[in-house]
Design a protein. Sequence first.
Length: 224
Amino acid sequence: MVPVLVILTFAAFLLVDFALKRRRERLAAETMVLAAGPEGALASIRQAGYRLPGGVFVHGGHTWAFLQPSGEARVGIDDFAHGVIGRIDRIELPFPGAALRQGERAFTVVQGKKRIELVSPLDGVVAAVNTDPDALKGDPYQSGWLVAIKPANLAHNLKRLRIAADAAAWLEKETRRFAEFIALHSARPQEVGVTMQDGGQVAAGALEKVDGELLQMLVRKFFR
């Protein structure tokens, strides 16, 4: 009986040591991502002319989240959305303390009489908002962050987001899908600024040149 207890105790120590080692490795990897920042050591990926910094989680509605060492997450719109929307007259932001849900409206871009709603990439409570009116004229991943969130259900939410090479491949497909959609549904796609023949990006401000039902279709297909 004693030898069996010794063997079981030894096995238990091995399992605990293995678990601790895996936890340390995971924490070290997370720390590297957090320390790098959207503008940091991790290389910025470029696909179809659009920027995608390392460490940034991307939602299918073209919003992003970046986890801060404090535990909060900064949120904004990605370079694709920033590019195709073009001119932004103002952004309607939630109030601090507001609850956001992944995949539901987080903020609204206003362009003249057009209103383009974009969704939150995470569940959580708004901790702060970026009220700088010129924020999005710079880098959408740095000065252009819009909302800081205290995340909830983070592990579950992250499963539905893309990062690194997966996000880059998806962004390239999205760019081509957008160009194909415009070409199919617009009477004069060249006026919208589709320039994908050479593998480049859709011309800046493509949404400035569409309105009505076509605009609503684009919002439903690409920003939800």
